[in-house]
Design a protein around this ligand. Structure first.
Ligand code: HEM
Ligand code: HEM
Length: 181
């Protein structure tokens, strides 16, 4: 085993996993209750919260990806080849989907003429010009990818339930705070 490879998730990986899980749950709820964003929509209330929470998700998913590269954690050794394949595809799809969704949302927000402000203080640069067609299309793709992301989260949670109830191995335990594996 390479020196940088641990046998389980450290506290930072666990905090980032559950923090992003919580932010995604909040973001999904806000995205569902906020008014549909159209020409006359104002950047206030839930709409404004959606951009703030989204910017925080972008920040933490980038940190998480960097942390993941620096601290890779191998799957448990008892997993079958097909389980390793499904797990790998699901995990990387989740990382990429969250990252891509936040970037598309950012571009869509800029195309409406608004800035995205990280933690309420750091304005992020504009990545799409006000009124740009492709920026609006990013918004449309963003709205579709919500369902794809939810689909992968459901597969991921089904995997966790499978490990917990059927395989009864330590996979779920090692992402919980009570375990130090
Ligand atoms: C992964 C995190 C995110 C999730 C789960 C999410 C979820 C959603 C949902 C559920 C909607 C409503 C879709 C609909 O009306 O059909 C939406 C729309 C939108 N979101 Fe997000 N969002 C995320 C990140 C972001 C970020 C980071 C931004 C901007 C900084 C953003 C900006 C927008 C915009 C502008 C719309 C309206 C798009 C349009 O119709 O043109 N979102 N999002
Ligand atoms: C109730 C919800 C969730 C449960 C029970 C759960 C459980 C787990 C568990 C047990 C692992 C460790 C897998 C292993 O040891 O091989 C894991 C890893 C992971 N989870 Fe979740 N998770 C949940 C929600 C989410 C969400 C919403 C995301 C979306 C970003 C996510 C993304 C990931 C990723 C990317 C990994 C792989 C970590 C790595 O790179 O090694 N999880 N999850």
């Amino acid at each position: 085993m390479a020196p940088s490879e641990a046998s389980g998730y450290g506290i930072v990986a666990k905090i980032l996993h559950w923090l992003i899980f919580s932010l995604l749950a909040v973001q999904y709820a806000i995205g569902s209750i906020m008014p549909h964003i159209g020409r006359k929509t104002l950047n206030e209330g839930w709409v404004s919260w959606h951009f703030s929470v989204g910017a925080a998700i972008l920040f933490f998913i980038v940190i998480r990806l960097v942390w993941r590269m620096l601290h890779p954690v191998p799957l448990i050794p008892t997993m079958a080849p097909w389980e390793r394949a499904v797990s790998g595809i699901t995990h990387w799809s989740l990382y990429i989907l969250v990252l891509v969704m936040t970037l598309l949302g950012w571009a869509a927000t800029n195309s409406r003429g608004w800035d995205v402000i990280l933690f309420g203080v750091i304005p992020l640069p504009k990545i799409s010009p006000t009124g740009s067609d492709w920026g609006h299309e990013c918004g449309d793709i963003h709205n579709i990818l919500v369902y794809v992301l939810v689909g992968f989260i459901l597969i991921h949670v089904a995997g966790a339930l499978y490990h917990y109830f059927v395989k009864r191995d330590q996979v779920v335990g090692r992402m919980l705070f009570a375990s130090n594996r």
